[in-house]
Design a protein around this ligand. Sequence first.
Ligand SMILES: [Zn+2]
Length: 369
Amino acid sequence: MKHLFFLLGALALVSACAAQQVRESPGAPPPAVSDRDDVMRIHFIDIGQGLGVLLEFPCAAMLIDTGGEQDDAFDSDKALVSYLDGFFARRKDLNRTLALVALTHPHIDHTRGVAAVISHFAVQNAIDNGMTQGSGGAGQGELQQFARDHAETTHYRAVHLEDIADPHGLTDAIIDPIRCPNIDPQIHALWGQVAGDPGWPGMRFGKTPFQNANNHSVVLRVDFGKSSALFTGDLEEPAIRDLLKRSAGTDVLNVDVYQVGHHGSINGTLPELVAAMSPEIAVFSMGPASRQLTWSAWKFGHPRKEIVDMLEAGMTRRRPEIDVPVGLAGEKFRPQRIQKALYGTAWDGSVVVEATADGRMKVVTAKAQ
Ligand SMILES: [Zn+2]
């Protein structure tokens, strides 16, 4: 009998492991964070290939993009809702309310979770770039419709580049609805929908850069005292060059934390941008190279070695060393040792940057190194 039980137990273990390989358990609970209530926490949530960032302040929370990857191996909606459930269980004072949901652009890896978010949590303000075309256009349209249907409780604004006259960015009560009593976070939009084709050269996949929604990404800078972060969505090279021109002579791009643009794609970061930012910490939001599926980080080769090298060269802060696959091209990776403070949701699970008002940073990751 003993042998039979052993055999059954072993079989159960084998099948449990097999199930885990097929479907990762999404929505790992928020990594252990300190009990400080005077900090900003930037949660880069592991939503697979895509972007979903929760910003936690002493008196409120906001979300930038809603993920993510949806395939036989990963369910980003589950991961996102589960993470937010865990977060709001810790921050009961926030009453499951997001002061702001910001969508960078209408691609599905950024807007997939809109329906899940608005059905599970209260949303007081919403911004996007106003577009409803593209693989994630329906998601942006859904958020816009939700705001129209709930105009009393949810305020909406489309961010257009032509409204951003000040190089330090655009802000108002919808873009920055958060007013914390001691340290008041500042939220500014630096980029948005571009009205007319600036004549950006280069065609890709039969589209001009102007026809690519990535170049209309809402770019946000968030300040919390002396700590700051930049979120460029999937902004690509021609738009980044224009953003750099607009910002020349200011320190508006000089930030501590960088959401590495376009998941570490070859066209999402420039050396001039790294120089302008001189970031202390940079975080890639991407799926793992091990999920070899049609619509994955593996397929796109994210993050690219050139971008990893560029950031390693431009940063000084270090992290516990980690050996990770970096992309040489789509579907082609090689191992590399990371030494600088570069983190990735595919490498580290969800990543939380805790920033104090006097500019000190700490990083907590879901997977211990
Ligand atoms: Zn994307």
